[in-house]
Design a protein around this ligand. Structure first.
Ligand code: COI
Length: 330
């Protein structure tokens, strides 16, 4: 049996090696290339593939995979929004993801970013670097005083809720699907409008779908409290970046922690040292002291990386051997 893993980074290699040692009946080959129309040929002769990317996997790539007789595709990430799943389904391709490689990794990161926003860490770092050791005027806010509005109460949202509560913050939540435990606690508000009105912090943990593109747009920001804090470690497309800029300019939004950005693909996880970034919207946000932009790293812990590799390979093997797997998306 042969599995090809695409988009492999060096820090993933030890986990691939360990899985390979435990499964001598399978040959696992690794390539740093992401799956696209150029690299798809490398899958010839394989029984299944593992991928890790937010770059699109379009209909043409799935059609080529079927031509190569590859019908088992296991993603090492949670999000499936970049894949043309409708086409894949029609072609009889089976796809798995890893929905719980480490909800805590993402939840902990979002809370730490919010704390940095509230404590003006970036402003103090700049001042301290310039040997300006004065306190004023950068008085901070406390997390225990916040009302955190959580959008999306899947695994990551629920892990974040636990941590926010640990800090003494009040939490309200919105999701189309209600978690029974949280429901009993009366945490849910009825609408996004109610959540916007109730919250001093809004944190996004919803998957990207065609319905929630630019969920936070001009109209949504207008309904929020003045001086609201925004945290996004979901997909960048959940926020209309131009509307966010306007809301930051007016003071409606006090600050934002953005681990994702709607046009991040040419920027995040690339070495752009010394280069001009040709994206005025990104540059506008990036230059602000009250906006913390990080390159989609909320997931990036040793626990998560190990689980992404190991679980995805387990799933791929199961698809190949039995035609079905846990965490099967289609
Ligand atoms: C996901 O798991 O969906 C992520 O956003 C992680 C990243 C490696 C793409």
């Amino acid at each position: 049996m042969k599995i090809l893993a695409y988009g492999v980074r060096d820090d993933e290699r030890p986990y691939f090696k360990a899985w390979q040692t435990a499964h001598p009946e399978v040959t696992v080959s690794l390539t740093p290339a992401i799956l696209d129309e150029h690299s798809v040929d490398e899958a010839a002769g394989c029984d299944g593939i593992s991928i890790l990317q937010t770059d699109p996997v379009g209909p043409a790539v799935f059609e080529r995979l079927v031509k190569e007789n590859v019908r088992s595709v296991s993603s090492r990430i949670v999000g499936t929004d970049a894949m043309a799943l409708d086409t894949a389904k029609k072609l009889g391709i089976k796809v798995t993801n890893v929905p719980a490689y480490s909800p805590a990794a993402i939840a902990e990161f979002t809370v730490s970013q919010l704390l940095q926003l509230l404590r003006n860490t970036r402003r103090f770092e700049a001042k301290i670097h310039a040997q300006d050791f004065r306190w004023a005027p950068d008085v901070s806010q406390e997390l225990n005083q916040q009302i955190v509005g959580v959008i999306g109460t899947g695994r990551i949202g629920r892990a974040a809720i636990q941590i926010y509560r640990g800090f003494g913050a009040k939490v309200v939540a919105y999701d189309v699907y209600h978690n029974p435990e949280l429901e009993k606690e009366g945490i849910y508000v009825d609408s996004l409008a109610d959540l916007y009105q109730a919250s001093t912090v809004i944190t996004l943990h919803a998957p990207a779908t065609k319905d929630d593109f630019h969920m936070l747009d001009q109209d949504a920001f207008a309904q929020m409290n003045d001086g609201v804090w925004i945290v996004n470690a979901g997909r960048g497309t959940l926020i209309d970046s131009q509307a966010l800029i306007t809301a930051l300019d007016s003071g409606k939004v006090a600050g934002a922690a953005l681990d994702t950005y709607e046009k991040e693909l040419p920027i995040f996880n690339h070495d752009l040292r010394g280069q001009q970034i040709d994206d005025p919207t990104f540059n506008n946000l990036f230059a602000r002291e009250n906006v913390l932009m990080t390159p989609h790293i909320a997931f990036y812990t040793n626990v998560a990386v190990k689980n992404m590799v190991t679980v995805s390979l387990d799933h791929n093997l199961s698809l190949i051997q039995t035609g079905a797997s846990e965490d099967q998306v289609i």
